[in-house]
Design a protein around this ligand. Structure first.
Ligand SMILES: CC(C)(COP(=O)(O)OP(=O)(O)OC[C@H]1O[C@@H](n2cnc3c(N)ncnc32)[C@H](O)[C@@H]1OP(=O)(O)O)[C@@H](O)C(=O)NCCC(=O)NCCS
Length: 391
């Protein structure tokens, strides 16, 4: 039977035009701005969903990778999911997401990540909460960090050194992405009237971090928006704060992107930093075996977990698997006792350490024996997952 909605890569000029119009309408973009978007992400990464011959909507698949347990796992970010208003409420978006997930599996992709405007839609395609992205704010007057052990020097442009330092930081954080070029462009391309300032923390020979920011004004006063930063050592963290504190005569607040309980706040004298917003992004395990084998695990852990997974969309992910972890790596074989039963959705927050196995059992996301809960707790213990990027 022909599916009601057909999913294809964008092929011709007509599709591009139509998808551009739909995305501009869906995401309140100015007329013509979809072209910039297509150029940044690359036309080859856009797909459309058709109802009959008509393009009803589309999405972008952004090739990246994500760091889990110190290892790089290839990941596709899904963005710009949009359906024209006249086609909404009829299952077009769900059909598009399901076909996108099947296509990613066929291509051998281990995991996929997205920011949901609504969870309902993506849960139905097997995604679940995977990590957090939050914005923190602190009044500059309250930073009070005076020691600046390292020089902080201005440098211009999208310099290679930022990519190197970012990479070092990404490796240490669960959930950080290997950025697609479009994400770097977002950091460095100012909007109208914005100026971007970039500083290296530490000497040019031995940089230990960087800070890239712009200065703004809103109803609450002036603020620095840290567009991106890397802070790799204690000395860099102190220098980061003292550099920002030195803006206190004109700048009221500093906003930066951080994790759920951001560790940079531990250097501040009082609890004056507040979380302004927190978004949870979602992850889907596209290929169980690849996802579990490509990520890293704590080197000292040696454990075996017997899983029984149900995936209504991807037949290959169904059934029993044994995950054996040793020396920081995992090996997956088929079979075993199926001591932890879960839907593919429940595997996402387990894989990312967003919740503990006990918490996931409590929330009805998995059903496991004591032995399996203990093994899973050892295997998936990790730092709270987050990422600094939005897509
Ligand atoms: C969100 C959007 C893609 C949904 O498209 P759609 O074709 O109407 O969605 P579907 O008919 O396939 O719905 C699939 C499921 O998601 C649910 N859903 C869809 N839109 C929803 C919304 N805005 N809020 C809550 N649930 C929603 C549907 O109710 C359905 O679940 P159900 O079967 O349990 O009722 C569409 O409204 C849109 O393009 N909006 C503007 C752009 C946007 O916000 N995109 C999402 C970016 S992450």
């Amino acid at each position: 039977m022909m599916p009601k909605f057909e999913y294809n890569q964008v092929v011709n000029q007509e599709d591009i035009q139509r998808l551009g119009n739909i995305l501009e309408q869906c995401f309140l973009m100015s007329s013509g701005d979809s072209k910039i978007f297509f150029n940044r992400i690359g036309l080859e990464n856009f797909y459309v969903i058709r109802a009959g011959k008509q393009v009803a909507g589309g999405l972008a698949t952004i090739p990246m990778a994500q760091w889990w347990g110190g290892q790089r796992v290839p990941m596709i970010g899904i963005a710009a999911v949009g359906i024209a208003p006249e086609y909404r409420g009829d299952g077009a978006a769900l059909s598009m997401m399901q076909q996108a997930v099947q296509e990613l599996h066929a291509k051998g992709v281990p995991i996929s990540t997205l920011y949901p405007a609504t969870q309902r839609l993506y849960r139905k395609a097997g995604y679940e909460q995977g990590g957090i992205s939050s914005i923190w704010e602190v009044p500059t007057q309250s930073i009070l960090v005076k020691e600046q052990p390292l020089p902080v020097g201005a440098i211009t442009g999208d310099h290679e050194i930022f990519h190197e330092l970012y990479q070092q930081q990404a490796k240490l954080n669960n959930g950080f992405v290997e950025r697609h070029q479009s994400l770097w462009e977002r950091i460095f391309k100012p909007d109208e009237k914005e100026t971007i300032y970039a500083y290296l923390i530490g000497s040019a020979e031995q940089p230990q971090g960087y800070i890239i920011f712009s200065q703004h004004q809103d109803q609450d006063g002036s603020f620095i928006r840290v567009r991106d930063c890397a802070v790799l050592t204690t000395a860099a963290a102190q220098s980061f704060w003292s550099f920002l504190a030195n803006h206190r005569s004109q700048i009221k607040n500093v906003r930066w992107k951080g994790s759920a309980i951001d560790s940079l706040t531990l250097l501040l004298p009082e609890q004056t930093a507040k979380q302004k917003s927190a978004l949870r992004w979602m992850l889907r395990v596209i290929d169980v075996v690849k996802a579990l084998e490509k990520r890293g695990y704590l080197p000292g852990i040696q454990a075996e977990l017997h899983l029984e997974i149900q995936d209504d969309l991807l037949a290959e992910n169904n059934g029993r698997f044994i995950l054996s972890v040793a020396n920081g790596r995992g090996e997956v074989t088929r079979g075993g006792k199926g001591e932890m039963k879960l839907d593919i959705r429940g595997l996402a927050p387990l894989y990312t350490s967003l919740f503990t196995p006990q918490q996931l059992q409590f929330a009805g996301q998995l059903d496991a024996t004591e032995t399996a809960l203990f093994a899973a707790t050892q295997i998936f213990t990790g730092a709270s997952p987050w990422m600094a990027d939005f897509f």
